[in-house]
Ligand binder design. Structure first.
Ligand code: FAD
Length: 722
């Protein structure tokens, strides 16, 4: 399974200008990718022996967000009223990926480029972004005739990898501004102004120079193929390039900086997923769940078995129980048992006859070369990577993001295993007061990078500051929160300093891969294919191991104000030219909400209107408050906030607030991952949704299939009589 493997479509965008450059016509390079149809994943898509996904059993489709990116590029062309700009679609993949290019031609693409070569296969995100960036350079030179007024437009992420890493890495390779998580565009004052999602709200920005990379998180106006265009698309030539045509520097498995070491099915959800047939029964389970609550709220935690111990600290020098895979652990167990049986206490005592006896006992599980590698593994005592365990802090308005505290807690755990220190890199302006809280949360050293130009988050300026600190101190591990900010910054920084990156981890653990000469490495576990499989990944060909981790999964340590730490000021040379975006407007949630309440009821887009939200939410919150004798707070999905049902401060989820109440009730909410991340530590989740196949039903404890309009009044009445 590949982490990256992005197919890109290049699109030309027209009509953009900025304060710095006036563009009369822009072109658009749209990146598209062919992906397995994850909606078709059923149990028979998995190999029963290995538990891995058999990709051949799934049909291939165009990545949905890339179709939105294509439509978005077309929309940009339309609103700028410039019909001359070209849309060039680009994909990297096997020859059959030509299908997705024809799809783009039948909608709006003018030209298409297929980057295909066996040598490009097996790539991670670095070895995907790199050749795509080189192909973009060639498109600009040969198709756009070196005209630099262009946008690279891509879907925010693909459903197979879900990393959202490739577009920012392309921006890094091409040294272009990157605007991620875009949900809208306007053409005003002869330039495009983009609305994008940020932590806690949204922002309108424009790039300070062109070209620029844009990743589209949502565009609701699909493009359809006409009969005439479909016929033309089938006859049009697809430009094909191989690896020799683009001269990329990182390709295929060799050019990758991460390696997948294990793929396995996700564990069964700890949620009950129990269907309730009527409002009376729902009222009963709701009251029972509230009364029987035991305060246990860590259903989302990355609990690990047994903390890692360095080889030099193990009681038994042949103890290799911290190998990264079960197979390696078992093989070492066979080996060490046999060594004990033979009375061997030093590797140097093992002679040819002993080797033969060990191989006979192994019964073919491992052969001569593997045995030699395993024996060499016993000689390793030093960790493969050296240095501190770092967290890159996220903060705004003088407050540290909760996900940063969770990561400091995790970093403490990892550093203690490695007998190392926890460092936190913080970039900003007037941020020294944050150091105290970060030390109390578990950090030893705070690396403060202060500059007026870092006052507001700008991807290029912050990337320069953080990359500079990393390449000065070279920590062995760097963790970032998988927030919109972290998921943009981390790929740029890691690519820039030449390191691998694993996105959106839900498990981080230190283990060995002694047979391959690796000790104390970071195993990074993450969901892939829409959560249908889990993959454990390790870093290679890098000086530092980097990962973004999902908010709400790692545990924050209770603050200890007696902890002592050091503040190290790191100076970075920045100038105005390092600022890539002009921020035109920022909208953040304001107001008072008590998300510490024991019961939180959230409304989604399924509430239909602000009036409905007010009426039904008011009725249910009052009824619950009276019956349970506790405060009930109102929450909302991002879609409900965007519809104007309630103010943004009530938003729950990845870019809203993460909560962990005793009872969470989701009304007309589909269960998107960005929403559910925010409620992962809730004790009991109850959902009401009219769609019998709503994804939230697989992630909750109790659910009822019904409309909110019918179910809520019935539930309120049932609560009164219960
Ligand atoms: C970077 C990024 C960050 C994001 N951050 C967040 C975040 O912090 N929080 C968040 O919530 N989302 C976030 N999102 C958006 C997220 O992907 C979803 O789009 C969003 O959660 C959907 O909200 P929803 O479930 O209310 O709407 P929809 O997905 O449209 O679902 C509405 C549901 O209502 C049901 N329904 C319709 N009518 C009725 C009815 N009458 N009665 C009962 N049910 C009905 C439907 O069956 C459907 O399941 C983020 C997205 C991105 C890209």
């Amino acid at each position: 399974m590949q982490q990256g493997g992005y197919f890109v479509v290049c699109v030309e965008i027209s009509g953009l200008n900025t304060d710095y450059e006036i563009a009369n016509m822009s072109d658009y390079i749209v990146l598209v990718k062919q992906v397995p149809d994850v909606t078709q994943i059923t149990d028979n898509a998995f190999d029963p022996e290995t538990g891995t996904l058999v990709r051949a059993r799934l049909s291939n489709v165009i990545n949905e967000l890339d179709t939105q990116a294509l439509a978005f590029a077309n929309y940009m062309k339309k609103i700028s009223k410039d019909q001359k700009g070209k849309i060039v679609a680009l994909t990297m993949g096997p020859p059959m990926a030509e299908e997705v290019l024809r799809h783009t031609l039948s909608r709006c693409a003018d030209m298409v480029v297929l980057l295909t070569d066996r040598a490009l296969g097996g790539a991670d995100t670095v070895a995907t972004a790199n050749p795509i960036a080189f192909a973009i350079r060639k498109i600009v030179k040969e198709i756009l005739k070196c005209d630099n007024d262009y946008y690279v437009v891509a879907g925010m992420q693909s459903v197979d990898g879900d990393t959202a890493q490739v577009p920012p890495q392309i921006a890094e390779e091409l040294a272009l501004p990157c605007i991620a998580y875009v949900t809208g565009a306007e053409f005003s004052n002869s330039r495009f102004e983009f609305t994008r999602i940020i932590s806690g709200g949204s922002q309108v920005v424009t790039p300070r120079k062109l070209p620029a990379v844009i990743t589209v998180a949502k565009h609701e106006y699909p493009l359809f193929a006409t009969f005439a265009r479909a016929r033309w698309a089938n006859k049009t030539d697809v430009i094909q390039w191989g690896s020799a045509d683009i001269n990329a520097t990182h390709i295929g498995v060799k050019g990758s900086k991460t390696a997948v070491i294990r793929v396995f099915p996700p564990g069964k959800s700890s949620r009950k997923c129990q269907k309730i047939s009527d409002a009376d029964s729902l009222a009963k389970v709701l009251i029972d769940s509230f009364n029987s609550s035991n305060g246990e709220t860590d259903k989302g935690s990355d609990a690990q078995e047994g903390r890692y111990v360095l080889p030099c600290k193990r009681k038994d020098r042949f103890d290799r129980s911290f190998e990264g895979t079960k197979k390696e652990q078992e093989d070492y167990e066979i080996l060490t048992n046999k060594l004990k049986e033979l009375g061997i206490t030093e590797v140097s005592q093992i002679d040819e006859a002993d080797r033969e006896k060990i191989l006979v006992t192994a019964g073919g599980r491992f052969h001569k070369k593997a045995l030699e590698d395993m024996l060499n593994g016993f000689k390793l005592n030093e960790t493969t990577f050296k240095g501190e365990v770092w967290v890159v802090a996220e903060h705004s308005g003088g407050a540290v993001h909760p996900a940063t505290f969770e990561l400091v807690g995790k970093a403490r755990d990892l550093a203690d295993s490695l007998k190392s220190k926890v460092g936190v890199a913080v970039a900003g302006y007037e941020i020294e007061p944050l150091a105290k809280e970060l030390i109390a949360a578990g950090a030893d050293n705070i690396y403060l990078i202060e500059d007026k130009l870092l006052r507001v988050f700008d991807p290029a300026a912050h990337r320069k500051a953080i990359a500079d600190a990393i390449s000065t101190y070279w920590p062995q591990i760097v963790l970032y929160a998988a927030t919109p900010q972290g998921r943009m910054l981390a790929p740029m920084v890691s690519y820039g300093v030449g390191c691998g990156l694993t996105a959106d981890c839900t498990g981080l653990d230190i283990r060995d891969n002694s047979r391959n000469g690796l000790v104390g490495i970071l195993l990074q576990t993450r969901p892939a294919l829409g959560g249908n499989v889990m993959a454990t990944i390790r870093t290679k060909n890098s000086k530092s191991q980097m990962a973004t981790a999902r908010p709400g999964v790692m545990k924050r340590l209770p603050p200890d104000n007696s902890r002592k730490g050091r503040v190290i000021k790191h100076k970075v040379q920045l100038s105005n030219d390092d600022i890539s975006l002009e921020i035109l407007k920022t909208e953040l949630g304001t107001g008072e909400v008590n998300f510490g309440a024991e019961v939180i009821v959230s409304g989604g887009k399924g509430m239909q209107s602000r009036d409905n939200y007010e009426r039904l939410m008011g009725m249910l919150c009052d009824g619950l408050g009276k019956k349970l004798g506790t405060q009930v707070e109102r929450g909302a999905s991002r879609a409900a906030v965007e519809q104007g049902f309630i103010e943004r401060v009530h938003q729950v989820g990845q870019t809203g607030t993460s909560i962990g109440p005793k009872i969470y009730i989701a009304l007309g909410i589909s269960g998107a991952i960005q929403h559910m991340i925010g409620v992962a530590t809730t004790e009991t989740i109850i959902a009401i949704n009219s769609d019998p196949n709503a994804p939230i039903f697989k992630q909750c404890d109790y659910y009822i299939v019904g409309t909110v309009e019918d179910t809520i009044p019935q539930l309120v009445q049932a609560l009164e009589t219960e």
